[in-house]
Design a protein around this ligand. Structure first.
Ligand code: FE2
Ligand code: FE2
Length: 289
């Protein structure tokens, strides 16, 4: 949705706030929730996955907000109805309650956003749409491919962050790279809008109302089960991404878009350096599993 176009009065902050900016913040809160839960699942001996419910995108902004609020209420209820044996896992109990109040806050924010959009008469406002001509444009299609790879890498790094969460040094370095890929993904979505397109939802089907639904918006499992296999698999993935950026930079006409892509390419090259040394250094210590 457009930046700086829709505003709502935030009840807690007592401030007129950009709807889009606040939705991004809510998305970040959600990523922290999943990070916290993933670490706990790993500590309990489980294997976290990225399996998710269906992802839906409606053409109207309002319908997306409605679904978001419904989801917030559903998760609030799930967290608040969790049952623990008396005295069991006090810190996890506390975490679950703390997360549930983030969800309460989110739900109230979505309610206020919908109120504001209704009262300003913008109920019919649409999300950005993809220009059909872009299906023939090599640069736009390549940027979609790159953005999908950025998304995959963000999640692959995140998986290893969870897997090695007890190894602070390693997991922080992997987390940094995961965040870089998330930033690139976010910036690329902005570039797609500049090119008259919009970020795709992976494996989505569109019905005759223009509603997109995907049951597998991303793979739920990624390869690499231990330090060495995990570290090894990331290097060729980074290299593949680098090759695609180089290609795109050579064909994209817009100067500003090119400059932004150059920044992503540069950081991804740095990731290869980091990953090669993480791998070599891990191979030097025999006791590391
Ligand atoms: Fe959440
Ligand atoms: Fe939430």
């Amino acid at each position: 949705m457009p930046k700086g176009k829709f505003f709502y009065e935030d009840l807690i902050m007592k401030h007129k706030t950009d709807v889009r900016a606040q939705i991004i913040q809510i998305g970040i809160d959600e990523m922290y929730h999943s990070l916290q839960l993933g670490i706990i699942i790993t500590q309990m001996g489980g294997i976290p996955s990225f399996k998710t419910d269906e992802v839906v995108r409606y053409p109207r902004i309002m319908d997306n907000l409605k679904r978001d609020k419904m989801t917030e209420d559903m998760v609030t209820n799930l967290y608040q109805s969790a049952e623990f044996k008396p005295g069991a896992y006090p810190k996890i109990q506390n975490m679950v309650l703390n997360i549930s109040y983030d969800e309460v806050r989110h739900s109230q924010q979505f309610a206020a956003m919908m109120e504001a959009i209704k009262s300003s008469g913008d109920e019919e406002a649409l999300c950005y749409q993809s220009n059909p001509e872009n299906a023939q444009k090599e640069d736009v299609q390549l940027l979609h491919k790159i953005t999908r790879l950025e998304n995959a890498l963000l999640h692959r790094y995140l998986k290893y962050v969870l897997l090695f969460s007890e190894h602070q040094d390693l997991s922080q370095r992997l987390f940094k790279n995961s965040i870089d890929h998330m930033r690139h993904w976010d910036k690329n979505s902005g570039l797609l809008i500049k090119m008259g397109d919009v970020i795709q939802i992976e494996n989505a089907e569109t019905d005759n109302q223009g509603v997109e639904k995907s049951k597998i918006p991303m793979p739920s499992l990624y390869s690499g089960e231990d330090r060495l296999t995990a570290l090894k698999t990331l290097i060729p993935a980074e290299e593949e991404l680098i090759t695609k950026y180089e290609k795109l930079i050579s064909i994209v006409p817009d100067r500003e878009i090119k400059d932004q892509l150059q920044l992503h390419l540069a950081l991804n090259r740095e990731h290869v350096f980091t990953q090669e040394w993480l791998l070599k250094n891990a191979q030097k210590i025999e006791e590391l599993e």
